[in-house]
Design a protein around this ligand. Sequence first.
Ligand code: AHG
Ligand code: MN
Ligand code: MN
Ligand code: MN
Length: 328
Amino acid sequence: TEHDLALPVGVTLDRFIMRSQSAFPYATGELSQLLRDIALAGKIIDREVNKAGLVDVTGAHGTSNIQGENQQKLDVVANIRFIRALKNGGEVCAIISEEDEDILYTGNDKGKYVVAMDPLDGSSNIDVNVSIGTIFSIYRRVTPVGTPATLADFMQGGRKQVGAGYILYGSSTMLVFSTGCGVNGFTYDHSLGEFILSHKNIRCPQDGSIYSINDGYYNSYQPAVQEYLLDSRQRGYSARYIGSLVADFHRNMFKGGIYLYPPTQAEPKGKLRLLYECYPLALIAEQSGAKASDGYGDVLDIEPSALHQRTPFYVGSARMVDDITARL
Ligand code: AHG
Ligand code: MN
Ligand code: MN
Ligand code: MN
């Protein structure tokens, strides 16, 4: 599997993909090409994010997206860039995005894959120079190649993802993904314009003492969640909440910890979206020894029913997720 490959850290993403592909004799290269297209989009968004303060790209864009959120310009730019990179790559026949209500058809009906994405997660952090991220989820289409994609291609369920990952635009820009054989992290080297394998076979610590949750909603959390927060304080845990799921998730993957977005009055089903935030991170969690729960079961086992459906989300170190799940 991927992490058995005797590839040393320092190899480029391209080399890693080629080596992984050769490990799968029937791989025809489309998924490899799709991963390259995603990496390219990440490089382009990295450039936009890093110059955001300079070209008046930040600040509210005036329009609002399906979530009714005030769309930041960078959200719009990231959405456009990702869609264009995937359209030009040719492997993707359709896309769903946090920023668009309906399925986006690329015109590549011969493409074998569909992608669900959050082009820019943590949008409230864009104009204050705090880490933000992209989250993506890949399925092999179930409708016939050569015909237009349909809703069925996106409603396959989390365990049917053939790949998933995120790009974190932080102090460095990292691409972290899995195609079902472990999780690997690539750091973007701006001088080379390449993602370099920097974190092989990432394993999330089984336990931790960091909890990420918006304490401001304490009064609207269920009693079990309130108790969990009081216990966390008793135990002397550290509270770390960045406001960007990708950044909190990534830190917890290395230091151990849990991220919680429970139901609130404003969002009785939780705020986070199943198809392009929770499923992909749940795949990364499962592939790295971590866990992702909706409070009752594994997120990957949730039956999808709508493109933008929301779910409560508890993700991170397995023992910490078990602890909160046992209380709900
Ligand atoms: P998005 O920016 O894609 O709309 O989602 C942001 C998410 C997640 O990244 C973050 O942890 C959470 O929303 C913050 O929400 P609150 O401000 O309600 O805590
Ligand atoms: Mn998001
Ligand atoms: Mn977003
Ligand atoms: Mn949003």
